[in-house]
Design a protein around this ligand. Structure first.
Ligand SMILES: [Ca+2]
Ligand SMILES: [Ca+2]
Ligand SMILES: [Ca+2]
Ligand SMILES: [Ca+2]
Length: 218
């Protein structure tokens, strides 16, 4: 009897392991070089070949690495593009609306945001730098002023606020002020939280242990 119970338990254990093994994704790893102390990565197609590429901020080198995808799980060696001091986060978007993917980078050391405009072949031109608050650590995009042009929201960790850079649609931005009700905003999200079709903003605040929700008023 004991043996039967033990056998059943053993079979059940094996079955559980098999089911778990079936759920485990089969991920094969490959490494590709970046700069020193990489901090953030974004995936987008920068040379318009419908193959995903990578852009990575390198904190120690004050630049961004771009690795173009070959479409076979491998990437070309990095190309680097200078930004500000201690780049902390990067997002991609088409800020000048020419169809080429561009980059916006927060620089934690120089308290600014660098805009790199893509030329559509995997290269970028440094377009401008915009001063924000102290220690910008992350950013997100969204149309916060309702003019159908993408804007940027930047979390300034040390100055406890969020800078809004309003897009002009030609790759340039204007400083549209700050909002902030939490301490140490470290990450941002967007969504329409009150279902009025206007994009709203949230920040999670590392020092005040809360989330701030900013409703975009009509
Ligand atoms: Ca590509
Ligand atoms: Ca563009
Ligand atoms: Ca806008
Ligand atoms: Ca809303």
């Amino acid at each position: 009897m004991k043996f039967k119970i033990l056998l059943i338990i053993t079979i059940l254990s094996v079955l559980t392991c098999l089911v778990m093994a079936g759920n485990m994704p089969h991920l094969v790893g490959l490494n590709f070089m970046t700069g020193e102390k990489p901090t953030c990565i974004i995936v987008a197609d920068f040379n318009r070949d419908k193959i995903f590429d990578l852009a990575i901020t390198n904190e120690k080198n004050n630049n961004v690495s771009v690795l173009l995808g070959n479409g076979d799980n491998t990437f070309q060696p990095q190309r680097t593009f200078g930004v500000g001091e201690e780049p902390s986060a990067v997002i991609a978007g088409d800020f000048d609306r020419d169809g080429n993917g561009d980059l916006a980078v927060t620089n934690r050391g120089s308290n600014d945001v660098t805009i790199l405009l893509g030329t559509g072949d995997g290269y970028f031109q440094k377009a401008a730098t915009y001063q924000v608050g102290e220690q910008p650590v992350s950013l997100t995009g969204g149309d916060f002023n309702k003019d159908m042009i993408i804007d940027l929201a930047v979390a300034n960790y040390k100055s406890n606020n969020i800078s809004i850079l309003a897009g002009n649609g030609d790759g340039s931005f204007q400083n549209a002020g700050t909002v902030g009700i939490g301490k140490g905003p470290i990450s941002l999200g967007v969504g329409d939280f009150n279902q009025d079709f206007l994009i709203d903003l949230v920040s999670v605040n590392n020092k005040s242990n809360n989330v701030s929700v900013f409703i975009n008023e009509p």
